[in-house]
Design a protein around this ligand. Structure first.
Ligand code: HDE
Length: 716
C-alpha cells in the first residue's frame, strides 16, 4: 500500500516507454505481460530453502540477462552516434539523380556513428587509430550509407588483405596485448612488408589519429565512387566531410593521459555538445572527375591508397550535415546500427576499386552473425523510411507479418505484385560500365607507386606536425621488440624522406641504409617474380598541398571549447566575471575549478559555484585555462600541487593560458612557464598576462601554440 502511494505521487518517469497516464501501464510485468507481484525475491522452498525451478519469473529475467550481449564489431567496435539531418545547398542533378541531393528544402534524416577501429567496445577513445565516420541517410529512395573514415586513404589496395591487416593490428593472439594500440610487433611486421601502406602510415602517425573531438575531424569516403545522372552519364566522385569547427587534434602525451582521466572523452564530448544545443556540423564536399579524365592523373582513381589532391580537383561543398539529438538507447541504436558500403540509392554507384569491391561482400556477412540473422534491416535504427516490399521471407527474428500466399515473382495470384520499378519509378540500374578483360588474380601496374603521395603528405606538414609524426614513429617502433622490423621500417621511411628516416632511426639507435634500395614487397603470389612487384617511382604533379596540414584549418571560433577557470576562496571577482562572460558569449563551456566542491567566496564576498575540483578535473580535459587573480586565492592555489601541475601541463600541451593580477604567481610556480615569463616573450606563444578577455578568445581560437615546442624540444 505504502509503495503504491509513493508511486502515485512520483508520476514523473524518465522511461518514455511507460505511459504515466494509464495506471495499468505503470505495472511491472513479465515479457508475456503477466503482472509481477515480487521482483525482489526468488521463489524458494521454505525460508532458507533452494530456489525452485518453477520460478518462471526468475528464469525469464535471468535468461534475458544472460543473452544481453551480442558480439562486438570485428573492427570499429567502440563507437558513439547521433541523429541529425542532411540538407543539400543546391540541386546536384547535373551529376546525380539521387533524390536527397536535389531539393535544398528537403532535410534527410541521418544517423552518424563515429568509432575507433582496433580497440574493443570498452577501450579508450584516445587511442592512436583511424576513426570511422559512418553516415546512414534515410532517404525517400531507401537507405544510403556513406561508410567513411577520418583519413582519406587506406592501408591496403585489395580487400583480400583486410583480414591480415586486422589480425596484425589487433591485440596479439597469444596474450591479447596490447589493447587498442598499433604499437606492437605484429602490426609493424605486417606494415614493414607492405610498402603500399606507407601513405596511410603517414596519416596514422600524424596528429589526425588523435582528434580533439569527433566534431573536429574530417571524414572521407576514401574510394572513388560514381555519380550517375538521369541521362545515365557517370562522373567519378570522392566524398569529404568538412567540420565547421575546423580540424583539430590533441598531442600524444595528452592523449595518453586523457585515456586514464576520461576514456569516454570523445563520447562525452559529442553527447554533451548535442545536449547543450551546440549541434555539430559538417559540410559535404565532393571532388568530381569527368569520366573522360579517368587516366589523366599520375595515380589510379581506383587505388584507395591515393588521394586526389585538392589542388588538382577542388572540393565543392554541396550540403550540410547537422547532428541534433542523441540516441535514446545506446544498444538499440548505436550498437545495433548496421552500415554497409554497398547500401546505395539510384544516382550513386560503385567503381572497380578492389578494396571497395571486397567491402561490398563483407558488411552484410559480418552483420549476419553480429545481429543474429538476415532480418536486421527490420531493427528500428536500420529501417528504411521508404516502404519495403519484396519476396524475402522468414528467418531468425522476422518482425514483418507478411500476408497472403504469394512470395515469388513472377506471379499471377498476387496480381504480379510487387512490381519491378522502371526508370519512371526510380528503379536502381547499375551504371553500364564497359568491361573488357581476362579473369586474373592480380593488380594493375598503375597501383605500384607507393611513396609519392606519402612524400606529398609529409612535405605538406608544418614543422610541428613533422615533429609529432617523427615522435609518433619513434614511440610506436620503440614499442616493437624485433629489431629487424624496426630496421625494415626505417628502410621504408627512407623512401619517403631522408630526414624523417634519420630522425626516427636516431631515436631507435639505428642508422638509415646508405643505398636507397627498394624494400622487398612480400605481397606477391607464390610464383611471382619479386622484380615485377617493386614499387615504381612516380613524380607527383603536386609537391605540397595546404589542405593536408591541420595548421591551415579554420581558426575562427571557440564554440564548445572547454575552459577551466582556476580559483579559490579570496579570488578577484571582477576579472573572473569579465572573462567568464566574454568566453560564454563566444560559445565556450566554462568550468570553475577549485580545491573543493560547493562555492568559493571572492575577495569582496561574492560567491561562485564550483563545477570541478582539482581532484576531479585535469588540465588534459580542457582547451585552455584562466587563473584568477586575488592574493588570498592565489596563495591557496600555490599550496595545491595539482593547481601548479594544471598550469604546467597546460603549458606543456601548448594550450592558451591567461591570468590577471596575482595569478601570475601560480604560473611562475611552473618551472618551464617561469623561464618563458622571465624572457618576457610569452604572449606570442599564447600565455596572456593581464590582457583582455578578447585576446584570450583569439588565442583559444588558435587551438594550440605549437611554437612552444621549438623552445622546449622534449615536450610532445
Ligand atoms: Fe570497414 N568494416 N572494411 N572500412 N568499416 C566494418 O562492418 C571492411 C574500410 C568502416 O560504425 C565491418 O558492421 C573490409 C574502409 C567503418 O558500424 C566489416 C574492408 C573504410 C565501419 C568491415 C574495410 C571502412 C566499418 C565491421 C577492406 C573507410 C564501422 C563491423 C576491404 C572508407 C561502421 C561491420 C559502424 C566496419 C569490413 C575497409 C569504414 C568487417 C573487408 C576503406 C566506418 O564488415
Amino acid at each position: 500500500m505504502k509503495q503504491k502511494d509513493s508511486f502515485a505521487v512520483n508520476k514523473k518517469t524518465e522511461d518514455l516507454s511507460i505511459n504515466t497516464e494509464n495506471p495499468k501501464d505503470q505495472l511491472l510485468t513479465s515479457n508475456q505481460g503477466v503482472p509481477i507481484n515480487d521482483d525482489q525475491n526468488s521463489l524458494i522452498a521454505g525460508e532458507r530453502g533452494a530456489t525452485l525451478m518453477e520460478d518462471f519469473l526468475f528464469r525469464e529475467k535471468m535468461t534475458h540477462f544472460d543473452h544481453e550481449r551480442i558480439p562486438e564489431r570485428v573492427v570499429h567496435a567502440r563507437g558513439s552516434a547521433a541523429h541529425g539531418y542532411f540538407q543539400v545547398y543546391e540541386s546536384m542533378e547535373k551529376y546525380t539523380k539521387a533524390h536527397f541531393l536535389q531539393d535544398p528544402s528537403v532535410k534527410t534524416p541521418v544517423f552518424v556513428r563515429f568509432s575507433t577501429v582496433a580497440g574493443s567496445r570498452g577501450s579508450t577513445d584516445l587511442a592512436r587509430d583511424v576513426r570511422g565516420f559512418a553516415t546512414k541517410f534515410y532517404t525517400e529512395q531507401g537507405v544510403y550509407d556513406l561508410v567513411g573514415n577520418n583519413i582519406p586513404v587506406f592501408f591496403i589496395q585489395d580487400a583480400i588483405k583486410f583480414p591480415d591487416l586486422v589480425h596484425a593490428v589487433k591485440p596479439e593472439p597469444h596474450n591479447e596485448i596490447p589493447q587498442a594500440a598499433s604499437a606492437h610487433d605484429t602490426f609493424w611486421d605486417f606494415i614493414s612488408l607492405m610498402p603500399e601502406s606507407t601513405h596511410m602510415i603517414m596519416w596514422l602517425m600524424s596528429d589526425r589519429a588523435i582528434p580533439r573531438s569527433y566534431r573536429m575531424m574530417e571524414g572521407f569516403g576514401v574510394h572513388t565512387f560514381r555519380f550517375v545522372n538521369a541521362e545515365g552519364q557517370s562522373h567519378f566522385v570522392k566524398f569529404h566531410w568538412k567540420p565547421l569547427l575546423g580540424v583539430h587534434s590533441v598531442c600524444w602525451d595528452e592523449a595518453q593521459k586523457i585515456s586514464g582521466k576520461d576514456p569516454d572523452f570523445h563520447r562525452r564530448d559529442l553527447w554533451e555538445a548535442i545536449e547543450s544545443g551546440a549541434f555539430p556540423e559538417w559540410e559535404l564536399g565532393v571532388q568530381i572527375v569527368p569520366e573522360e579524365d579517368e587516366f589523366k592523373y599520375e595515380f589510379d582513381l581506383l587505388d584507395a591508397t591515393k588521394i586526389i589532391p585538392e589542388e588538382l580537383v577542388p572540393v565543392k561543398r554541396i550540403g550540410k550535415l547537422v547532428l541534433t539529438h542523441n540516441p535514446d538507447n545506446f544498444f538499440a541504436e548505436t550498437e545495433q546500427v548496421a552500415y554497409h558500403a554497398g547500401n546505395v540509392v539510384p544516382g550513386i554507384d560503385f567503381t572497380n576499386d578492389p578494396l571497395l569491391q571486397g567491402r561490398l561482400f563483407s558488411y552484410t556477412d559480418t552483420q549476419l552473425i553480429r545481429l543474429g540473422g538476415p532480418n536486421f534491416h527490420e531493427i528500428p535504427i536500420n529501417r528504411s523510411i521508404a516502404p519495403v516490399h519484396n519476396n524475402q521471407r522468414d528467418g531468425f527474428m522476422r518482425q514483418t507479418i507478411n500476408q497472403g500466399r504469394v512470395s515469388y515473382n513472377p506471379n499471377s495470384l498476387g496480381g504480379g505484385c510487387p512490381f519491378q520499378a522502371g526508370a519512371m519509378q526510380g528503379g536502381f540500374k547499375s551504371y553500364t560500365e564497359r568491361i573488357d578483360g581476362k579473369k586474373i588474380r592480380g593488380r594493375s601496374k598503375s597501383f605500384f607507386d607507393h611513396f609519392s603521395q606519402a612524400k606529398l603528405f609529409y612535405e605538406s606538414q608544418s614543422e610541428a606536425e613533422k615533429q609529432h609524426l617523427t615522435n609518433a614513429l619513434r614511440f610506436e617502433l620503440g614499442k616493437v621488440e624485433t629489431i629487424e622490423i624496426r630496421q625494415r621500417m626505417v628502410g621504408l621511411l627512407s623512401q619517403v624522406n631522408k630526414t624523417l628516416a634519420k630522425n626516427v632511426a636516431d631515436g631507435l639507435g639505428l642508422t638509415v641504409p646508405e643505398a636507397l634500395e627498394y624494400p622487398i614487397n612480400h605481397s606477391i603470389p607464390a610464383d611471382g617474380n619479386p622484380e615485377d612487384y617493386q614499387p615504381v617511382n612516380v613524380e607527383p604533379s603536386i609537391k605540397k598541398s595546404d589542405a593536408l596540414s591541420m595548421a591551415n584549418t579554420s581558426k575562427n571560433t571557440i564554440k564548445t571549447r572547454q575552459i577551466a577557470l582556476l580559483a579559490a576562496d579570496g579570488f578577484e571577482e571582477q576579472s573572473l566575471q569579465n572573462f567568464k562572460k566574454a568566453l560564454e558569449t563566444e560559445g565556450a563551456m566554462i568550468s570553475v575549478v577549485a580545491p573543493k566542491f560547493g562555492t568559493i567566496k571572492g575577495a569582496k564576498g561574492i560567491e561562485t559555484k564550483v563545477d570541478q575540483t582539482l581532484l576531479t578535473a585535469s588540465s588534459v580535459l580542457f582547451d585552455a585555462v584562466f587563473v584568477c587573480g586575488g592574493s588570498v586565492g592565489v596563495e591557496t592555489l600555490l599550496e595545491e600541487p595539482s593547481a601548479v601541475e594544471f598550469v604546467d601541463e597546460a603549458f606543456k600541451h601548448c594550450k592558451p593560458i591567461a591570468t590577471v593580477g596575482e595569478g601570475i604567481e601560480l604560473l611562475k610556480a611552473s618551472n618551464q612557464l617561469r623561464k618563458h615569463l622571465e624572457k618576457g616573450t610569452v604572449s606570442s606563444i599564447g600565455v596572456l598576462v593581464d590582457q583582455s578577455p578578447e585576446e584570450f578568445v583569439n588565442a583559444i581560437a588558435q587551438h594550440r601554440f605549437w611554437e612552444r615546442e621549438k623552445k622546449d624540444k622534449n615536450l610532445n
